[in-house]
Write a protein that binds this ligand. Structure first.
Ligand code: ATP
Length: 365
């Protein structure tokens, strides 16, 4: 039986539409060839350009589409010159994260043999770990609520039992899935600063309680400062890392740096009912409209979406297509013949997307 899945597509601002177009075409081609699933795409308007035109950054109809869809594919949003009246940036992706309680920010970091990286990789080593960033509270809870007087500024970090329990349950499940797929040894590391802050000791205690339910997995702890060091010195030893929002924000950019830049960094923000898949980079207005944007992070995000939908709905064909799509991008990047400018190559967006299709042996309309 073929199951149909609705995908809400937010093409967004800047380079957003340019990288969304080839990504949706690849997904459509995979869906056309599949016998066990069909993807149906619904465009949803949102973002800075939409705000400039209409005065709304995330219209309720788009929010409704996002809420009822099976998954949300979002490119990039925000433009430096378009701001709300109070001067803050337009970021509907953060509004979606809050409204849909997408607590688990999943940031994979992979460096395959042959791929360019600023690290000196020992021969035969590859990097393949996942950083999970809590995405609804932590220090970001304070966003917009900071107290500033002439002589003092205060921002408050919040860690709740409820979200932490959900976060760690998700994290250990992911480690189990990676172990079953042969992608990791089944090791989960809680990244915190429990030696200094009580809030992180609380975070760690909740982590330990979840860890006790998974005797088949290894659980350990690391301080965030040491983790930053090890991400540079021996990142191939990590499997699944889980951390607070602000720490995760910083470490995920370090992870993107290991991969050779933001243009290769996909992400997912996952809750109990909804999930958003989007590249880590922004709307890159400096190169928008030139056809030179790197589509790989967006395509890798789409691959994560297929993988997540496939596992959630027990659809092995869709999960396998997600894996194939990820491996196709990884192969193109490792081969190094077709790379966009941000990766040191000369290819444009279309050429880069075509190389992925060729790797998949996929005819795209
Ligand atoms: P945001 O705050 O919205 O995340 P940002 O300030 O981090 O955005 P980006 O929009 O991510 O900035 O762009 C940072 C730099 O990286 C820019 O020079 C941009 O051109 C480049 N860049 C970002 N994404 C891509 C991409 N997909 N392809 C090529 N270059 C990119």
């Amino acid at each position: 039986m073929t199951s149909t899945f609705e995908i809400a597509v937010f093409a967004g601002d800047g380079i957003g539409p340019e990288i969304t177009d080839p990504t949706v075409k690849i997904l459509q081609a995979l869906s056309d060839r599949a016998s066990g699933y069909t993807l149906q795409f619904t465009d949803a308007a949102a973002g800075a350009a939409h705000y400039a035109k209409t005065g709304e950054s995330l219209p309720s109809a788009s929010m409704e589409t996002a809420r009822r869809s099976d998954a949300i594919l979002l490119s990039a949003m925000g433009l430096p010159d378009v701001r709300y009246a109070d001067g803050t940036e337009i970021s509907p992706q953060i509004d979606l994260r809050k409204a849909l309680t997408l607590f688990a920010g999943v940031r994979p970091v992979t460096v395959r043999a042959g791929q360019s990286t600023p690290l000196n990789m020992p021969k035969g080593k590859e990097i393949d770990f996942v950083l999970i960033r809590e995405s609804t509270e932590g220090l970001f809870y304070s966003q917009g609520h900071g107290e500033v007087t002439e002589n003092e500024a205060r921002e408050t970090l919040l860690i709740t039992r409820d979200i932490s329990e959900k976060l760690f349950r998700f994290t250990f499940e992911l480690a189990n899935q990676r172990k079953a797929q042969g992608r990791g040894p089944g090791r989960v590391t809680c990244v915190d600063k429990a030696n200094v802050f009580r809030a992180f000791a609380f975070f760690r205690d909740i982590f330990d309680a979840e860890a006790a339910k998974h005797p088949n997995l290894t659980a350990d702890h690391a301080y965030v400062d040491a983790t930053a060091l090890w991400m540079v010195q021996k990142p191939w030893e990590f499997d699944v890392l889980v951390t607070e929002n602000m720490f995760g924000d910083i470490l995920s950019d370090l992870g993107a740096g290991l991969m050779g830049g933001l243009g290769l960094a996909p992400s997912a923000d996952i809750g109990l009912d909804n999930a958003v898949f989007q590249p880590c980079h922004g709307s890159a207005p400096d190169i928008a409209g030139q056809g030179v944007a790197n589509p790989f992070a967006m395509i890798l995000s789409a691959a994560m979406m297929l993988d997540w939908l496939g596992i959630k709905h027990d659809n092995a064909e869709m999960a396998a297509d997600g894996k194939r799509l990820r491996e196709a991008v990884e192969a193109v990047v490792a081969e190094g013949k077709v790379l966009t400018r941000d990766l040191g190559g000369t290819a444009g967006t279309a050429e880069a997307a075509t190389a992925v299709q060729a790797q998949l042996v996929l005819e795209v309309a």
